[in-house]
Design a protein around this ligand. Structure first.
Ligand code: ADP
Ligand code: MG
Length: 241
């Protein structure tokens, strides 16, 4: 195990060229929570466009905090974060919302609206972003097909299994075709078969060009593929070689 810091960039590239090829760049990022809880310490991370990266680590290691920093739900105490060439530190209000639209975010607990159908849950994101009715219709069916839920379009979330609900939440995250997908323990509540199905969908998206970052404490998920893996331990990032 080496600190991931050692993998940091080819110094010969000019900084701007380097930054353009990166979807996420973190330099010296520390997050300290107010109660003196150390969230993250000295994180350096490069995620290139088109990468599929696993972030593993025990509960409390800092996985969710790392993703929250990337999608701007919390701010670093120190250090710099650049997402899709945008410096997160300076983002507020509208510009943060604009960046968020370029991210698809998936959570362990799905966060679906129980009183809305599968289609409505998925379309909601597009309505909120001002897509036309025609554009919403154009995107809905291919997205449902991609996650294998075309026959459940009019079901409500509670009529679906956990695996199906997670596929709805993935559909919702990808229907606006965001270039970066962040998944925080997406298979945490699923059995191995459903976990594998979710992994395959994320790999499919990656093959279509999305950059994908997945946190998990499930080694089986990581071993089902040979994507690069970094590990968080007590807020520090390491890379397996
Ligand atoms: N909002 C918060 N306030 C205070 N401490 C927090 C908060 N969120 C996370 N922490 C602490 O930061 C550390 C990392 O948490 P988290 O990122 O949720 O880890 P993981 O997702 O790997 O389980 C833990 O020690 C946790 O208790
Ligand atoms: Mg977490």
């Amino acid at each position: 195990m080496l600190e991931y810091t050692s993998k940091i960039p080819n110094q010969k590239l000019s900084d701007s060229a380097n930054t353009a090829s990166l979807m996420v760049k973190m330099r010296g990022v520390t997050k300290t929570y107010p109660n003196d809880g150390r969230g993250l310490v000295g994180i350096n991370l490069d995620v290139k466009r088109g990468d599929f990266l696993f972030i593993t680590g025990a509960s409390g290691a800092g996985k969710s905090t790392l993703l929250k920093l990337i999608y701007g739900a919390c701010r670093p105490t120190q250090g710099e974060i650049i997402v899709d060439q945008v410096k997160m530190g300076q983002l507020r209000g509208d510009s943060l919302s604009r960046l968020r639209r370029r991210l698809g975010i998936i959570f362990q607990d799905y966060k679906l609206i129980p009183t809305r159908t599968v289609s409505e849950n998925i379309a909601f994101v597009l309505w909120a972003q001002g897509f036309t009715r025609k554009e919403v219709q154009r995107r809905l069916l291919p997205t449902l097909k991609l996650v294998g839920l075309q026959h459940q379009a009019n079901c409500f979330p509670q009529q679906l299994s956990g695996g199906e609900q997670q596929r709805v939440s993935i559909a919702r995250a990808i229907v606006s075709t965001p270039p970066l997908m962040l998944a925080d323990e997406p298979t945490g509540n699923l059995d191995p078969d459903n976990a594998q199905q979710i992994l395959k969908i994320m790999q499919k998206l990656n093959s279509l060009g999305a950059t994908v970052i997945v946190t998990t404490h499930d080694q089986r998920l990581v071993q089902m593929s040979n994507h690069p893996v970094v590990q968080l331990r007590q807020g520090r990032l390491y890379r397996n070689f």
